[in-house]
Design a protein around this ligand. Structure first.
Ligand code: NI
Length: 143
């Protein structure tokens, strides 16, 4: 995949462009409209890849959960073992007396990663959880 930059022109309503520039500025990328547009394109391609079972993704699952929830820690560990092929690494942090943080680096087909996320985040005692993904496809990894 070529990483040469190409210039293109697009016709956009003035109001839409103005609102986009404000959005980009809020996200700290206002100085570079091209980078802001590239980020949006990558975001859309990753979202699309997540819908296709064959597209590979890499990312991380972040979970905050109740340390005292019955058998929750061992259930999480069981799910991680069951999906060892999707997990690159995981880290457990004891946030305080009652709360644990689990960070799981994942890779694999989008749908498999989503299924594992749903299993983990649906467990009783999980207070917060999110999957953040970037597709490793060269179209979105570089440039
Ligand atoms: Ni802990």
């Amino acid at each position: 995949m070529s990483q040469d930059l190409v210039r293109f022109s697009a016709t956009i309503p003035e109001d839409l462009l103005s609102r986009f520039d404000e959005y980009a500025a809020r996200r700290g990328m206002g100085a570079n409209r091209s980078e802001a547009i590239r980020d949006l394109m990558r975001e859309k391609l990753v979202a699309e890849a997540m819908l296709s079972p064959r597209e590979p993704v890499v990312g991380s699952i972040t979970m905050v959960y109740d340390h005292h929830a019955p058998e929750l820690a061992s259930t999480i560990e069981d799910i991680e073992h069951e999906h060892a092929d999707l997990i690159l690494s995981s880290m457990h942090v004891h946030l305080d007396h009652d709360t644990c943080l689990e960070l799981i680096a994942v890779h694999g087909c989008g749908m498999q990663v989503l299924k594992m996320r749903d299993k983990l985040l649906g467990l009783r005692g999980v207070k917060y959880g999110a999957l953040s993904c970037a597709a490793p496809d060269s179209q979105v990894r570089n440039g």
